[in-house]
Write a protein that binds this ligand. Structure first.
Ligand code: ASP
Length: 441
């Protein structure tokens, strides 16, 4: 049994958190390769080290300001080191970063230093070797990940060590400069390491005890999801549920390695298991989760006999292609179709798009439905449970919410509902309550 663990910023925010992390790691000998984030917030008004580094970089032209910010960063690490009682100094690393600041090294180099320093301290504290991510994670010239080289190099380097700490979030470009993933990217590093060493489990340690069925800012105390498939998670994260960086799923998914979301502050909680094939075909409540997002617009097109007009949809979609716009959903009827788009993508040329569609397909009518919110009701259990859709519609009807659009993915894994933005929260509450508590209020 081999486990790869990633600890997020809140898990490494101060010495006390480092101690919890070490205890978790040492509790099981199979917890062997550790990916560390930069120290995050210690309290809600605190600033993440990554943000401090970026601020420092942005002020690099003003020596006084950048020196002051950098001294705060040094202090955060020095406090952690002294509170852990370590006989260890990062002085040389601090000096190198300051020199890089003077020499105007790139933004990503600075952004990555939080992980670099944090992993060094953790390695020292655990007495494990430190392996720089710059030496084993590689990007291509165009900025995409060089998956094969990365996989092969991590596997080769880590085969020499039983235990190691690796900084998350960054790797190197072909010319040796540092490049980071997008924010939250240490999740991806953990996933890459898990794949390369063929781990049995990727434990992702954070500050929540797993994924919740719905956003806790909308529903108080929602149920936790104990098990979810990669595909279900992808549907929910696409609609805004955040527990893991979206791209972190792919490497472990290829290798069929489950992810376990765990809470550093409550290690006794079993968390959420993300798997390719769930042990149970359905969850307790048929649905696995509900997520949603505001900010959509639907273009609603009507034309008699649309169904027998060859090439109609293609001509409509060509308009979008010409404006370089992706659409999100395309529910259609016999004589109608709707194209759901992100409002932000079309805000400057709504008029041009509708005029263009009129020119191409001459519809009987074309209407813009703005301020739409989409809600995804996701669950692998839907496929074999009759009446899921009617339960959703009943919940919304009871709550007096008008449905503007319905789209069921062909995977039968999710049903997408469009409602007006003003009804967004009530709609989510109504659906959740209907499935979990049997009532819509
Ligand atoms: N420290 C980086 C961030 O704040 C990466 C990470 O924590 O995953 O986004």
């Amino acid at each position: 049994m081999l486990k790869v663990l990633k600890f997020g910023g809140s898990s490494l925010a101060d010495a006390n958190q480092f101690k919890k992390v070490a205890e978790i790691i040492k509790a099981e000998p199979e917890r062997r390769y550790i990916v560390a984030s930069a120290p995050g917030k210690r309290f809600s008004a605190d600033i993440k080290v990554t943000d401090m580094l970026l601020e420092c970089f942005e002020n690099s032209y003003d020596k006084d300001v950048s020196t002051e910010i950098f001294s705060k960063i040094e202090k955060r690490f020095e406090d952690i080191i002294s509170d852990l009682g370590l006989d260890f100094s990062l002085k040389e690393d601090f000096a190198n970063i300051k020199t890089a600041l003077i020499n105007h090294a790139g933004r990503d180099f600075f952004a990555s230093r939080g992980e670099f320093l944090s992993a060094k301290v953790l390695a020292k504290y655990l007495d494990y070797p430190f392996i720089d991510a710059g030496s084993c994670i590689f990007f291509n010239e165009n900025g995409s990940l060089n998956t094969e080289k990365t996989n092969e190099t991590i596997a080769r380097i880590l085969s020499r060590y039983d235990y190691a700490v690796i900084p998350g979030f960054y790797g190197s470009m072909p010319n040796g400069t540092i490049k980071t993933f997008s924010r939250g990217g240490s999740d991806i590093t953990g996933s890459l390491v898990a794949r390369a060493v063929q781990a049995d489990l990727y434990e992702n340690w954070t500050d929540v005890s797993g994924l919740l069925m719905v956003d806790p800012r909308i529903v108080e105390n929602p149920c936790k999801v104990t098990e979810i498939t990669y595909r279900e998670l992808r549907e929910l994260s696409y609609m805004g549920a955040t527990v893991l960086h979206e791209d972190a799923i792919f490497p472990v998914r290829i290798a069929n390695i489950p992810i376990n979301i765990r809470n550093t502050n409550a290690p006794e909680d079993s968390g959420t298991m993300i798997v390719s094939k769930a042990v149970t075909d359905s969850t307790e409540y048929t649905i696995t989760g509900v997520a949603g997002m505001k900010g959509f617009t639907a273009i609603y097109i009507e034309k008699d006999m649309m169904n027998s007009e060859v090439g109609f949809t293609r001509r409509v979609l060509e308009t979008l292609e010409e404006h370089n716009i992706c659409f999100e959903h395309l529910p259609s009827g016999i004589d109608t179709m709707s194209i759901v788009l992100r409002s932000a993508d079309i805000k400057d040329f709504k008029g041009n798009i509708t005029a263009d569609i009129v020119k191409r397909v001459n519809p009987d009518s074309i209407t813009l439905l703005e301020n739409l919110a989409l809600i995804a009701v996701v669950g692998r259990g839907m496929i074999r449970t009759a009446g899921t859709a009617s339960k959703i519609f009943k919940a919304l009807a009871d709550a007096n919410i008008n449905i503007r659009m319905i789209d069921q993915g062909s995977s039968e894994l999710n049903i997408i509902i469009g409602v007006e933005e003003k009804d967004y929260k009530n709609a989510i509450r109504a659906i959740y309550n209907k499935f979990v508590n049997g009532e819509s209020k």
